[in-house]
Design a protein. Structure first.
Length: 158
């Protein structure tokens, strides 16, 4: 099982890095589209769900996976609900981007660290990145709520 976990973890890390790369390329070459603004957060949620499932399969603490998933499900529902009710789109906050980056990095580190052997040091790196990432993800979620409300209000006044 260890070889499969390691291979899956490296694949997940590759998926996570493509999220950053495609965003950088889109901004650098001014290739930002409305479809991309919609698809990027959706793909982020899917990647988190796959990563957390992988973490739980490899025996990592359930509380961390559940905490990440609760936030991801909550933000998805808030944004879907707001969009369905005509909310104006707004950009992801800097804290939201930092949280996504930290959690996408923490998942592979924690998963590799759980394998043991030569990978054990990654466990500590994962927690050093994951705990602040989790904090930032919840902070950004609660800061999004007034933004969503104001964008809903501005839509009603048009």
């Amino acid at each position: 099982m260890d070889d499969r976990v390691v291979a899956g973890t490296w694949f997940f890390a590759l998926l996570g890095s493509t999220d950053w790369i495609d965003g950088y390329v889109a901004r650098r070459f001014n290739q930002i589209s409305e479809l991309g603004k919609i698809l990027d957060p959706v793909v982020d949620r899917v990647v988190f769900f796959v990563g957390i499932t992988m973490m739980l399969y490899s025996g990592l603490p359930i509380w961390f996976g559940v905490a990440v998933l609760v936030r991801e499900i909550s933000i998805a529902l808030v944004m879907l609900g707001g969009t369905a009710m005509g909310m104006q789109r707004f950009p992801v906050s800097r804290d939201g981007k930092r949280a996504a980056f930290a959690l996408m990095a923490a998942v592979p580190y924690l998963t590799l660290g759980s394998v043991g052997g030569n990978w054990t040091a990654f466990w500590w790196i994962g927690w050093a990145v994951g705990v602040p990432g989790l904090y930032l993800s919840y902070k950004s979620f609660f800061l999004y709520l007034p933004t969503v409300k104001s964008h809903m209000s501005s839509r009603k006044s048009e």
